[in-house]
Design a protein around this ligand. Structure first.
Ligand code: DGT
Ligand code: CA
Ligand code: CA
Length: 571
């Protein structure tokens, strides 16, 4: 049973306990567990084997027992019993935003609805609106939520969503009287995929910006068109919501809709203990019923005695606690990056020349660039054999002499063969400034084989960096089966750097792996894996992953100036 399936069961349990009207603390305990599992960098099956479930935050004796039962037998008696107390499919209904416990109960008892499809049919057939206290408007709202949920099921990689958002924002920014404009939601938190896009803004005249929004060329369908909120679907099926509020409330609304939901719940509970109520409108003093609005998020957090929490950290982990102590990390910024250590050229499957890549890197203000064309191993187009690598080294050295202001490293993205050996003679690898190793074939080896294979490569003294460690692709290709914890521990021991591959279809390491690797002291490097000069711009995506992994500049090798990188590579 994988972590996702375990999450689903514990989420269901929390929902059903809520339905039952159980003690909120108990429900909260299960919700916490769900969150912890979502952020777990290892498979729980492995933790069961190693008797380490208790190390998961929020997991005590009782939950350990339940998890063990579920993971080892595939079933959980407690869950089965709990489910039997309720009509079938009710937890599915609860997954729909806007459907609370009461509604779910009456839908399933009075209309015998047990699935989203049945609910949709019932709404369209007018049955739901006729339910006691329901009415047309509520029923229609649920229908919208179902449609939005379906659209959201196809999550879009952030690399596809961000350019669309940039374009929309630049157009909306031209509307007169628009003061603030920013993305919120998962996109702003830099999640690797987004379900929809949430935009926030303030304007003198909401109607004008809303009109512009609804008539953007990207818009395929207008779902809702109002003065405070509009929703559209753009090409590619992505839903985009725009909310416009008064200038003085921008901080409040941006904070609320940036989420995450878990982060907001943590904040809300903390505020409540201090006599404050949080909402999208601001902070209400419960004693006086006075509402305080916030122009900036900084002021919003400050009012609660908290340090500003960067969006990438707002995932309901330790961030509120750390903000209270004033011990949040100073996250890495794009301008901290001093070079890129993994790019391709026309020598293998890249588009541009070494010189063009070097000049583009220099134009970005970089101090160094690592050329890393493919080795000729199986399945890689135009990979270099030993002879061509020798020629390339010569050419790079000449070019490096000729070009001022940027150091070009001789490197290679060398293929890790199925047995963990490298696809290039040792005497040649020893000539390179930097060797980056990567898996490109035999991806469906067993976890044991794959782990042994990658560890052998990391232990190879010629290897400086392990590229895109899990080989996953977004969307579509699952990560290879590999024991990441063992990889991280080996990398620490051998002082081998692990790559955060910034290519939007990779983002590999991903956020939770980055978090764990950093925690263990693994040296990390953010590379774009650029196959053309434009791809050098992918660095922002890798930066987002690093920030979600709580990385500071010092955790990332390529924030170091040239001298330090050379020293590191010599070791
Ligand atoms: P997504 O769209 O699935 O990629 O993820 P988000 O985080 O963008 O979620 P979305 O679009 O449903 O809502 C945006 C943010 O708005 C969310 O992160 C927190 C806030 N929010 C929305 N609905 C609720 C709610 O019912 N309760 C709370 N506390 N916050 C909400
Ligand atoms: Ca969203
Ligand atoms: Ca949304």
């Amino acid at each position: 049973m994988n972590n996702k399936e375990v999450t689903k069961v514990f989420q269901d349990i929390a929902d059903l306990l809520e339905l039952k009207g159980e003690n909120p603390f108990k429900i909260r305990a299960y919700q916490k567990v769900v969150r912890s599992i979502e952020h777990l960098p290892v498979e729980m099956e492995q933790l069961v084997k190693e008797d380490k479930l208790k190390e998961i935050p929020g997991v005590g004796e009782a939950i350990t027992k339940k998890m063990t039962e579920l993971i080892t037998t595939g079933k959980l008696g407690y869950y089965e019993k709990l489910k039997a107390e309720f009509p079938e499919g009710i937890s599915t209904l609860l997954d729909i935003p806007g459907v609370g416990p009461k509604t779910a109960m009456s839908l399933s008892t009075e209309l015998e609805i047990s699935s989203v499809d049945e609910l949709e049919a019932a709404i369209v057939g007018g049955k739901v609106a006729r339910l006691y206290r329901m009415g047309d408007k509520t029923a229609e709202n649920i229908l919208h939520q179902i449609q939005a949920m379906r659209r959201k099921d196809q999550r879009i990689p952030i690399g596809e969503a961000l350019p669309v958002v940039d374009e929309i924002l630049s157009r909306l920014g031209q509307v007169p009287g628009v003061k603030n404009l920013a993305p919120a939601g998962s996109l702003r938190r830099f999640q690797e995929t987004v379900g929809d896009i949430d935009l926030m803004g303030t304007a003198d005249d909401a109607r004008e910006i809303m009109q512009t929004f609804a008539s953007l060329p990207q818009v395929k369908e207008v779902l809702v068109s109002g003065t405070t909120k509009s929703s559209v679907v753009v090409s590619g099926g992505l839903q985009v919501d725009l909310r416009i509020v008064e200038h003085d409330s921008f901080g409040s609304i941006l904070q609320y809709f940036t989420g995450s939901k878990q982060h907001n719940i943590d904040l809300r509970e903390r505020a409540h203990r201090r006599g404050l109520k949080l909402s999208e409108y601001g902070i209400t003093n419960l004693a006086t019923d006075e509402l305080e609005k916030f122009i900036t998020e900084e002021a919003f957090y400050q009012r609660q005695g908290l340090e500003f929490i960067p969006p990438e950290l707002r995932e309901g982990q330790q961030e509120v606690e750390r903000a209270e102590q004033g011990t949040l990390p100073k996250l890495i910024e794009l301008h901290d990056i001093k070079g890129d250590l993994h790019v391709h050229t026309e020598w293998s499957d890249g588009r541009d020349s070494i010189e063009a890549m070097a000049l583009a890197a220099k134009a970005l203000g970089y101090q160094y660039l690592g050329i890393a064309d493919h080795s000729g191993g199986r399945g890689i187009a135009h990979g270099l054999d030993a002879e061509r690598l020798r020629q390339q080294i010569l050419e790079i050295k000449q070019l490096d002499q000729r070009l001022d202001g940027i150091r070009i490293f001789c490197g290679m993205e060398v293929d890790i063969r199925a047995d963990g050996s490298l696809d290039m003679p040792q005497e040649l690898l020893a000539k390179l400034d930097i060797v980056t190793a990567a898996v490109h074939s035999a991806m469906n080896q067993s976890q044991e084989q794959m782990t042994r294979r990658i560890i052998r490569a990391i232990e190879n003294p010629d290897v400086d960096v392990l590229a895109h460690p899990t080989s996953r692709l977004l969307p579509g290709r699952e990560p290879v089966a590999v024991d990441m914890e063992a990889i991280f521990q080996t990398a620490v021991r051998t002082n081998t750097a692990l790559e955060i591959n910034a290519m939007p279809s990779r983002l590999d390491l991903k956020d939770i792996h980055t978090y764990r690797a950093r925690e263990l002291g693994v040296k990390l490097v953010i590379n774009t894996d650029a196959h053309s000069t434009e791809h050098l711009e992918f660095m922002r995506f890798g930066g987002g992953v690093a920030r979600r992994g709580w990385c500071q500049a010092e955790d990332i090798l390529n924030t170091r100036p040239l001298k330090e990188v050379i020293a590191y590579l010599r070791k």
